[in-house]
Design a protein around this ligand. Structure first.
Ligand SMILES: [Zn+2]
Length: 323
């Protein structure tokens, strides 16, 4: 850094003494360089955030659209967007970079990813659009956007947007899919049942941990399964195996490779040793460690995968039967 600054300083002096330019030379100011670097970091961080949103959207869109008939009454129109949600953790540098890169003001509800070919894409919704109202009512949060759209019963869903300075309206043709949305949450791997309304979240840690979309699909499908009616009973290994069963069928329906599931959940368990505990007396059934990975659950996952693979090989429909 120091030598670069010295060179810039020398160049600046050279130009000014030769009278070649009336513009002030680039100030070889250490502080300025650091500020520029800081802005670059923040912009890289924004890009990473948007990439993760887009990746999560692609996976959850594929699963929710392919598995609509497995979601019972938890179905409704899907939009195919990911929306920005402010989080004070990000800090001012991130918010400024978000506005510079995407025109998204931190306090707004805006589109940060659009799934290609989705209803939103076909209606012309773009990244950076601020969402003002959905189905005739103002929206106050990202959850609001999806709840209002999902509750819309017939015809195209009217959505009001602010694009730059211009207010525009689009009509989104509905596509029936599993209703629960996947939201990106900043955090480590651990998933809990801290769902948001009908919806669920996947942590940034899990998105990073999932090396491929096949792995990410296992997480998304399992969490989606928990949000489907009848799955939110007393926590414990039984409900985990039921979510595994429905989740594996949902992931397979969307064309993801589920043969990797046993090894993936093994990896998760190693990462979260508390999930290996089956000490019910210590935790109690209502406080079973998140995603308890008892031997019975690991064995069940292997059996379900084999069952689905047999169906795929024999060209049988992927119906999980009674969950
Ligand atoms: Zn679970």
């Amino acid at each position: 850094m120091r030598s670069t600054a010295a060179i810039s300083l020398a160049a600046g002096l050279l130009f000014s003494s030769a009278g070649c330019s009336t513009h002030p030379a680039v100030t070889p100011d250490r502080e300025l360089s650091d500020a520029a670097l800081h802005e670059e970091f923040a912009e890289a961080s924004v890009r990473l955030y948007v990439q993760r949103q887009a990746r999560l959207l692609a996976v959850n869109y594929a699963i929710r659209t392919a598995g609509a008939d497995l979601c019972g009454d938890a179905v409704g129109p899907i939009l195919g967007i990911a929306a920005w949600r402010s989080n004070p953790l990000f800090g001012r540098a991130f918010f400024e970079a978000l506005e510079r890169s995407y025109g998204v003001w931190a306090g707004s509800i805006a589109v940060v990813a659009v799934q290609p070919g989705s209803p939103a894409d076909r209606a012309g919704i773009r990244v950076g659009d601020q969402i003002l109202h959905v189905a005739g009512a103002a929206v106050h949060s990202d959850v609001d956007v999806f709840d209002r759209a999902a509750a819309f019963e017939t015809g195209a869903i009217p959505i009001g947007l602010l694009r730059g300075e211009r207010e525009i309206r689009v009509a989104v043709d509905p596509l029936r899919a599993c209703r629960p949305e996947a939201f990106l949450e900043i955090g480590d791997l651990m998933l809990t049942d801290r769902a948001r309304g009908d919806h669920f979240y996947v942590t940034s840690g899990f998105i990073r941990f999932a090396k491929t979309d096949d792995e990410l699909a296992l997480v998304v499908a399992h969490e989606l399964a928990h949000r489907i009616s009848g799955m939110r009973v007393i926590p414990g290994p039984q409900v985990e195996v039921r979510a595994d069963r429905l989740g594996l069928y949902l992931a397979a329906r969307a064309g993801y490779d589920i043969s990797i599931a046993p090894a993936f959940w093994d990896r998760v368990a190693v990462e979260q040793p508390w999930s290996l505990s089956d000490d019910v007396e210590h935790y109690g059934w209502t406080r079973v460690p998140p995603h308890g990975y008892m031997p019975s659950r690991a064995a069940a996952i292997r059996k379900i995968v084999a069952e689905i693979q047999r169906k795929i090989e024999n060209g049988k429909p992927l119906q999980p039967g009674k969950i």
